[in-house]
Design a binder for this molecule. Structure first.
Ligand SMILES: NC(=O)c1ccc[n+]([C@@H]2O[C@H](COP(=O)([O-])OP(=O)(O)OC[C@H]3O[C@@H](n4cnc5c(N)ncnc54)[C@H](O)[C@@H]3O)[C@@H](O)[C@H]2O)c1
Length: 367
């Protein structure tokens, strides 16, 4: 078994490598990543990539053909991975998340790859009032990021057949500790804020619904998808990935963090305009298809894990929203040092020495 994992040098990747390595110690694991955030390690005891057999520092938009030789399964995580980055770099988002994903799947199918697992997102539901959304509900992508996921899911459906199994895992918003932590995710932001300032400021009125999943449980779901049989979902499967118990309103999340970190005050912006993103999601199909791989962690476990991880890093930065734990900040920093061009491709290192250019970055946001 040879498994190619794209985007493995990000937040989710380190857990996926760990999980797949544990499941199948003799498998050949190959990573492919541009390395935008490779330097953003958080107190890892070993380099997470020591768990792969080979690492390509490559752009999925120009993957060397040999990377697909003898590959059995692909876990496709590489993406411009949230709404604020999608807003600041819309063309690159559609290019990487949609066009390159479909091209990769086409190449993979031609090369005889059997299973293609795509990290999609529940953000495809956008603003969805009423009950929890099932996979058959209409999607309502409100951002370039969400649109890129819907377009890719549709194109994968057209490629899937008995020889090429595609699985689109529509993940809830991730949370939890990782060797490459992100603090631009709602729960992670709240825990970091509570630790650094003993205060959580909820920018909305706290009512939007936001299903969450711990990053370790994402890796368990990916493991399931890599190995799933055809009778669990057919050639092309789109499945909401998370659990019904993890549908929370944002203020509940803030209260849970405050309860876990004594002395934390929560402030809610009661005058905020309604949040554009709010949805409840029905995860029953995932439970039915993957009963052995449903999320196991509780919200309390995740908050505890984050707290322990941040304390081990001696984290105390109240300005963390300007730091390298925020994906948009890192990309914008690389752009302004002329290490990346508009298309988010690496430029020759020498460009760093030339005069910094102005980059118009979107507001740092929280997913
Ligand atoms: N974190 C979440 O809340 C969440 C929720 C739902 C879905 N997802 C999806 O899961 C996947 C992983 O998310 P993450 O949180 O680890 O994101 P991340 O930003 O931490 O990691 C993404 C990785 O992709 C790499 N990458 C980007 N463009 C590339 C390119 N052209 N070629 C090669 N590598 C490239 C980056 O260098 C990075 O290491 C993404 O597809 C994301 O959309 C994440």
């Amino acid at each position: 078994m040879k498994i190619l994992i794209t985007g493995n040098l990000g937040y989710v990747g380190p857990w996926v490598m760990r999980r797949l390595r544990a499941r199948c110690p003799e498998a050949t694991l190959v990573g492919v990543d541009m390395g935008y955030f490779a330097h953003c390690l958080t107190d890892a005891s070993v380099l997470p990539e020591s768990r792969v057999d080979m690492q390509y520092f490559a752009d999925v938009r120009r993957l060397p053909r040999r990377a697909l030789e003898d590959v059995t399964a692909i876990v496709h995580l590489a993406a411009i991975s949230n709404d604020p980055m999608g807003k600041a770099y819309e063309d690159a988002t559609l290019d990487v998340n949609y066009r390159a994903s479909v091209a990769l799947a086409q190449q993979a199918k031609a090369a005889g790859v059997r299973s293609f697992v795509f990290a999609s997102s529940c953000s495809v539901y956008g603003f969805a009032e009423g009950g929890a959304r099932t996979e058959s509900a209409d999607v309502n992508p409100l951002t370039a990021y969400a649109r890129s996921k819907v377009l890719t899911e549709t194109a994968l459906g057209e490629l899937a057949d008995e020889r090429f199994r595609t699985t689109c895992l529509r993940f809830a918003t991730a949370c939890g500790m990782s060797d490459r932590l992100r603090l631009d995710l709602v729960l992670n932001d709240f825990v970091a804020s509570a630790i650094a300032t003993r205060r959580i400021t909820v920018l909305s009125d706290g009512t939007p619904w936001r299903p969450l999943i711990d990053v370790q449980d994402m890796a368990r779901a990916i493991e399931w998808a890599v190995y799933r049989e055809l009778d669990a979902g057919g050639h092309h499967l789109i499945v909401n990935t998370g659990s019904n118990e993890w549908n929370y309103q944002v203020r509940e999340l803030a209260d849970a963090v405050a309860a876990a970190i004594p002395g934390t005050e929560v402030s809610i912006n009661h005058d905020a305009p309604p949040d554009k993103r709010s949805y409840r999601v029905d995860f029953s199909l995932f439970r039915r298809l993957a009963p052995t791989h449903v999320p196991e962690l509780t919200l309390v476990d995740t908050v505890r894990g984050l707290r322990a991880g941040l304390e081990a890093m001696k984290f105390d930065n109240p300005d963390f929203r300007e730091s390298q734990f925020i994906r948009l900040k890192v990309l914008t920093g690389l752009r302004s040092r002329r290490l990346l061009n508009d298309a988010l491709e690496w430029l020759p290192q020498g460009a760093e020495l030339s005069q910094a250019i102005q980059v118009e970055a979107g507001r740092t946001g929280v997913a």
